[in-house]
Structure formats: structure tokens, C-alpha cells
Design a protein. Structure first.
Length: 199
């Protein structure tokens, strides 16, 4: 049985559905909101490449090493972006969270915090993961700040680790959270979301 089974996660105004070809138009519109594919430190698809992006994610799901979600506004059903479990290691009960991007219009809102709260909760509470990890480009400072706001700890930097979309070689900044750190992180994320709701 696959470690990460198909599941829809819902709460705090967002819904995470298993990514499917039915999300193609919405995902293309989200990518076009801010022309996100032009950012050299992300892997956001160009709108015309959205179908291939989804097909690649589905092939990785079939192989058992990535499970991608579409992130939707729970009230309207609008696709806001995508995020994934990846580098799934059942033997050591570890997943990473990544391939995350959102339409520019919902960046720096509650969306990322709410989505990550759902994913971390599922990983630690349902999948019984010992560790959840994150990785990002050494020049993607916004992503690093977002990961640190989740309560993750910086493990280090892997130098010369991966190719960027422009062909340059990036260093990768690695983060993680252990199961014992999750209760405090969850309390902080719930606090941040409550503050957002009251604002």
C-alpha cells in the first residue's frame, strides 16, 4: 500500500484536493496571476505547460515519490496554486513538503499558513511521520522566511545541488521539523491564523 493515500484536506478557508487534470484551467490561471514562471527560483509552469506539469506530478504519484495537491479557496472553488508531499520515505516515516506556489494575489495572506497546517497535521497525526522536511533555493529568501515561520529548523545547505530553470546551479537550503516539535508549531500556526481572522 502506498504510504500517502489520496486524501482531501480541508480547513481554515482552504481545501487541498489531489491534483488532477480537472485542475488544469484553474492552475494555469493561478500561474498567470503574477507571471510566476518568470521567477528563476521557482518551478511554476508557464500557463501553456500546465497540463504537462500535472501529468509529471501524476507520474511521480504513481511512482510513490510525490503526492501533489491543488490548493483551492474553499468558498469559491478557485484554484490558488499547488503544493506537494515529495521525497517520501516510508521506511523512516519522513516526507518533505514542497513544489509549493500560489497566485501572486494570495501570497502573503493566510493561504500558505492554512495549507501547511493541514499538510503538517496530516503528516504528523495521520501518517505518523517522525520528520517533515522542506528545501528551497538559496536565493529564494521569501520561501526561506515562509518555512521558518512554520517553525521548521534549518538543517544546512547542500552546495551545487540542483539545476534552476535557467540552467544555473543552485545551492539548496534544507529545513526540518521532528514530531516532538509539532505540537508547539501547531499552536503557533493556529495563533497566527486566529490573528488573521480577527484582522
Amino acid at each position: 500500500m502506498t504510504f500517502v493515500q489520496p486524501v482531501t484536506l480541508q480547513g481554515r478557508c482552504v481545501r487541498l484536493e489531489p491534483l488532477a487534470l480537472a485542475h488544469e484551467a484553474g492552475l494555469a490561471a493561478a500561474a498567470a496571476d503574477g507571471q510566476l514562471w518568470k521567477l528563476r527560483v521557482t518551478s511554476v509552469p508557464e500557463p501553456q505547460d500546465t497540463r504537462a506539469y500535472i501529468e509529471t506530478a501524476l507520474a511521480m504519484r504513481e511512482a510513490g515519490n510525490r503526492f501533489a495537491f491543488a490548493v483551492l479557496d474553499d468558498a469559491t472553488g478557485r484554484v490558488l496554486g499547488s503544493t506537494s508531499y515529495h521525497d517520501i520515505l516510508p521506511a523512516v516515516r519522513r516526507v518533505e513538503i514542497g513544489y509549493t506556489w500560489y497566485a501572486q494575489s494570495v501570497q502573503r495572506t493566510h493561504v500558505n499558513t492554512a495549507a501547511k497546517l493541514l499538510m503538517m497535521g496530516h503528516a504528523f497525526d495521520q501518517l505518523a511521520c517522525h520528520v517533515v522536511g522542506w528545501r528551497t533555493d538559496n536565493y529564494n529568501f521569501a520561501s526561506q522566511r515562509a518555512i521558518e515561520r512554520l517553525g521548521a529548523r534549518k538543517d544546512g545547505v547542500i552546495r551545487g545541488h540542483a539545476l534552476r530553470r535557467d540552467g544555473t546551479i543552485r545551492d539548496t537550503v534544507m529545513y526540518s521539523m521532528r514530531a516532538g516539535e509539532w505540537p508547539e508549531a501547531r499552536a503557533q500556526l493556529l495563533y497566527l491564523l486566529e490573528r488573521h481572522a480577527l484582522a
